[in-house]
Design a protein around this ligand. Sequence first.
Ligand code: HEC
Ligand code: HEC
Length: 473
Amino acid sequence: MRKFANYFQGFFILSALITLMSLAIPVLPPIPYDYVNLNLPPHFTNTSFDVTFWDNTPGNNPLTNDGATLGRVLFYDKILSLNDSKSCGSCHKQQFSFADSSTHSMGFNGGLTRRNTMTITNARWHFGGKMFSDTRGLSMEDAVLMPIQDSVEMGLSLSQMVQKVEQQPYYASLFINAFGDSTVTETRISYALSQFIRSIVSHTSKYDIGRAQVSAPEDAFPNFTNSENQGKTIFFSTAQLGGGDCAICHRTEAFVNTASAITCNGLDLVSTTDLGVYEATGVQSDIGRFKVPSLRNIELTAPYMHDGRFLSLEEVVEFYSTGIQLHMNLPPGLIDTIGGFPVARQFNFSQSQKTDLVHFLKTLTDTTLLSEIKWSDPFTISTFAENLKPDKSHISIYPNPASNYISIYPDKILQDKIVDLEIFNSTGRKVHSQKVFLSGRQLIDISNYASGVYFVNVKLDGMTLTERLVKSF
Ligand code: HEC
Ligand code: HEC
């Protein structure tokens, strides 16, 4: 009897695992969300730094709501990795403004990325559209297929990718809506992913609220504290005026680099393990140059720099204050001359200036982006599955063994979920079935059950969790 029960339970767990692997289906709104209208506030467009001028959207891939919807599903779909374990969203996490909080992110096979996962927020405003710290992605359309083929990140060939996407039943209609027919191609996948990423822009931070009330970024913002306003002045003013010259490289309302999108900020005296843009171009003057990521939501995208070497904004500011190195490709703007010799600039900010700068950088935090549903994971099931540990109990049954009543308590993951609760006896006959909202304790009367072993199943989104219950007299 006991052996049979074990076998039976094994069967339940196995079937739970199988459903877990095959039943991720995206949940999408009947009418697509609006991705096309960015609703940019006027300060983005009515200044000499009109960001739309720097938009890297190519003429042959304009943003559409259906295209971005398909892109959203692809972005969060783990089938784009060899073993169905990683999606783009596994590293570019919405809660960290589409960056990762670990210095190096884990790829599909447990390997670590060489560089820190940068944010893709505002990637649309990177002039010229070159992607990655070394700019090896020549455009967004080019770049988005690279992580899929990367041997650490996702590990698929492009033909495997097309085949796996073709096999998922939910893609046909998404391709029809986006491109007119259901044909899956590499180009269409790249276009849709690019559209989705280009839709992710940030413009509702504390900075934006203040900026909307004044005529130039340099003016004092009425909604800022003194410290934030002072930090802003340091950010925007030149070294000659006692500032930090930050806006030489972190420009426009999107806080990106408008020049060539690449520069050296003197992190090291000599480049050793990571040669930066040189790795993509082979040009000597590109050694030690790195793409400048957008500073919007910078508070949330730690750690910082291509290798994630700085864990906090305080460390970054300390670096700019006293740590800039006279690298061979340090730009003139960060070089001073002392006694006829070039030296790396030392801003030597005072303690309060450093605090002010950090306070200012934090005004760029835009929390609406973190909960915006149109950019969120449509595979609610896979988010759940990620937290789900099949070897761990997610419900507790008290008492157990029990004779009259049992109480079922959900854990944090199941808390507040609507589930199907079923109880089977050891011959597989269903003796109880009910839809419940697991908001706390769930009481069930088992007084009329025969004594023996039962299986309490909790079903959610096609997944089944099983706990063993013993009924005694
Ligand atoms: C395993 C983690 C991981 C996964 C999965 C991943 N990325 Fe990334 N992503 C990174 C890292 C690390 C970088 C920085 C790489 C570099 O600079 O060389 C990056 C950079 C990028 C950039 C460059 C942004 C810029 O401004 O230059 C884009 C675009 C991007 N990823 C898109 C994607 C897409 C699309 C997917 C899914 C198809 C994806 N990523 C999957 C880790 C990941
Ligand atoms: C000469 C150009 C230049 C100047 C001036 C400059 N930066 Fe940067 N900044 C860069 C580059 C390039 C990077 C990316 C380096 C890397 O990835 O290793 C960067 C990265 C950063 C980052 C981290 C971004 C991330 O997502 O990891 C912060 C924060 C930052 N800078 C703030 C500042 C502040 C504050 C100032 C003024 C005190 C400043 N920068 C001045 C070029 C510059």
